[in-house]
Ligand binder design. Structure first.
Ligand code: HAM
Length: 410
C-alpha cells in the first residue's frame, strides 16, 4: 500500500460541524460589518514580496522569518499574504479608490492568511482572519473608537457570554516613536547580554519589539523600561485621552497596556488587542496607521483596522463548551418508489427555500430514518411505493397521510 499523505503542519481541515461553524461565523461577521457600513472585498492570495517588506516591515518577525515565499518563476518574487492590511492599501492605490467621492473607504474581509510560525494551540501556518480597514484623508476619533467597538462587538457576537478583554495603547507619530526607540536602546544596552537571542536581535532592528517578549526571565528587565507615554507629543497624548474618554462614555471597558506594541511596523497611533483566553494569545489586533499609504506610493491618507483570528475564536468557544452549531434539515425525502418522484418533491421544496436532502435509493427504510435523525431533519416525507405520501414529524414521531397537492402546499 502506498504511504498516506497528510496535511501540512499548522493547517486545518474543515468538514461537517467544523465547516458549519466556520461558514456560520463568516456569514455572521460579514453581515455585522455590513451593518457598520463596510463593503466586502477580496484580494489576491499572493502579492509581490516587496509589498509586505515595505508595509508589515523589515523589522517585524512576520517579514523576517514567517512569510511563505513562493519559488520564483520569473524576475519577481511572491509571498503568500501574511495579513490583509497591506494588500487592501495596495489595492486602494492601484485602483485609485482614494479619489472616490465615497470617503471614508470602508472594507471588510474574511479569508485565509499564511505565516510560517511554529504551530501550537491557537497558532497555525494557514488560518482565517476577519477584519476591516477604514481609509481616509484623516482618521478621526470617531472612526478609531468605532473600529474598536466593532472588533469587540464581532467577538462578543460569536462568543456570547464569554468575557472579551480590550487592551489599548498609543504608539504615537513616527517622530515620537523614534525618540522612544532611542530611549529603549539606551535602557536595554547594558542588560541585553542577559536577555534572549530574539531580544538581542530586536535591540538592533526594532527595540519596541523587546516589550512584547514572552520569555519570563526577560520580563523583569522589561517592567522597568521607559514608557511610551513619556515620549508622546502633546497632541498624541491629547488624542489618546480623547479616545479613552469616548470609550468610557460608550461603556467600553479597557485596560491601558504600556507594553502593547503590536507585531507589525505600520502602526502610528491608537493600537489595541482583544483577549478571551490569554493562553491562546490575542483574539484580535489592530490600530491606526498614518504613513502606510505613502510608503506604498499613494497619497498621504491614514487608515485604521483590525483582524480577528477565526481559529482562536473557535478555540475559545470549544474551551467554554459553547460550540453548538448542528446542521439541520427542514425535510428529508425518502423515495421508496425509486422513480424520481422524491427528487421532484425535493426540488419544489428547495425552490420555496427549505433545506432538503434525500438518502440514496439503496438505503432501507430503517437506515433512511436513522440518517434523517443524524442530519437533524425536522420532518421526513415518505414517497411510498403504494403511491401515497406520508409526513413524519421527527420530534413527535407522529405520521400522517398527505396528498401530492398538500405536499406542494407545505
Ligand atoms: P495581527 O495581530 O498580526 O494583526 O493578527 C490579527 C489576529 O490574527 C491575531 O490577533 C490572531 O488572532 C490571528 N493570528 C495571527 N497569527 C496567527 C496564526 N499564526 N495562527 C492563528 N491565528 C493567528 C494583523 O494581521 C493586522 N493586519 C491587523 C490590522 C488590520 N491592523 C490594522 N488593520
Amino acid at each position: 500500500m502506498s504511504e498516506i499523505i497528510k496535511k501540512p503542519r499548522g493547517t486545518v481541515d474543515y468538514f461537517y460541524e467544523d465547516a458549519s461553524v466556520l461558514i456560520s461565523i463568516k456569514n455572521k461577521l460579514l453581515s455585522l460589518a455590513e451593518r457598520y457600513g463596510f463593503s466586502f472585498c477580496t484580494v489576491p492570495t499572493f502579492e509581490e514580496s516587496r509589498l509586505f517588506h515595505r508595509s508589515v516591515g523589515e523589522s517585524s518577525d512576520i517579514v523576517r522569518k514567517e512569510t511563505f515565499d513562493l519559488v520564483n518563476k520569473g524576475d519577481r518574487s511572491y509571498t503568500l499574504r501574511p495579513e490583509f492590511t497591506a494588500s487592501i492599501n495596495r489595492a486602494v492605490i492601484e485602483n485609485k479608490f482614494f479619489s472616490s467621492p465615497s470617503l471614508p473607504l470602508k472594507f471588510s474581509y474574511f479569508d485565509k492568511a499564511f505565516r510560517y510560525e511554529r504551530p501550537q494551540t491557537g497558532r497555525y501556518r494557514e488560518f482565517h482572519q476577519f477584519g476591516v480597514e477604514i481609509i481616509d484623508e484623516k482618521i478621526d476619533l470617531s472612526s478609531q473608537v468605532e473600529t474598536l467597538l466593532l472588533a469587540i462587538d464581532a467577538c462578543k457576537m460569536i462568543l456570547g457570554d464569554i468575557e472579551v478583554k480590550a487592551k489599548i495603547n498609543f504608539l504615537g507619530s513616527v517622530t515620537s516613536r523614534d525618540n522612544y526607540k532611542k530611549a529603549l536602546y539606551s535602557f536595554f544596552a547594558d542588560k541585553i547580554q542577559y536577555m534572549c537571542e530574539d531580544c538581542k536581535r530586536r535591540l538592533e532592528t526594532n527595540p519596541l519589539r523587546i516589550l512584547d517578549c514572552k520569555v519570563d526571565e526577560d520580563r523583569k528587565f522589561i517592567q522597568d523600561a521607559p514608557k511610551i507615554t513619556d515620549y508622546l507629543t502633546e497632541e498624541d497624548r491629547e488624542e489618546f485621552e480623547q479616545i479613552k474618554k469616548l470609550l468610557l462614555k460608550l461603556n467600553v471597558s479597557f485596560q491601558v497596556d504600556d507594553n502593547l506594541v503590536r507585531g507589525l511596523d505600520y502602526y502610528t497611533g491608537f493600537v489595541f488587542e482583544l483577549y478571551s483566553d490569554e493562553k491562546l494569545g490575542a483574539l484580535a489586533g489592530g490600530g491606526k496607521y498614518s504613513s502606510l499609504m505613502k510608503e506604498l506610493g499613494g497619497p498621504e491618507f491614514e487608515g485604521i483596522g483590525f483582524s480577528i483570528g477565526i481559529e482562536r475564536l473557535i478555540l475559545s468557544l470549544i474551551g467554554k463548551g459553547s460550540l453548538d452549531y448542528k446542521k439541520s434539515l427542514d425535510y428529508f425525502v425518502i423515495d421508496l418508489r425509486k422513480n424520481g418522484d422524491g427528487l421532484i418533491i425535493a426540488k419544489k421544496l428547495r425552490d420555496k427555500g427549505y433545506k432538503v436532502s434525500l438518502p440514496s435509493f439503496s438505503r432501507s427504510m430503517k437506515g433512511a430514518i436513522k440518517m434523517a435523525d443524524r442530519e437533524n431533519a425536522k420532518n421526513v416525507i415518505i414517497v411510498d411505493s403504494d403511491m401515497t405520501y406520508k409526513l413524519k414529524d421527527m420530534s413527535t414521531r407522529e405520521q400522517k397521510d398527505l396528498t401530492f397537492e398538500e405536499i406542494l402546499g407545505l
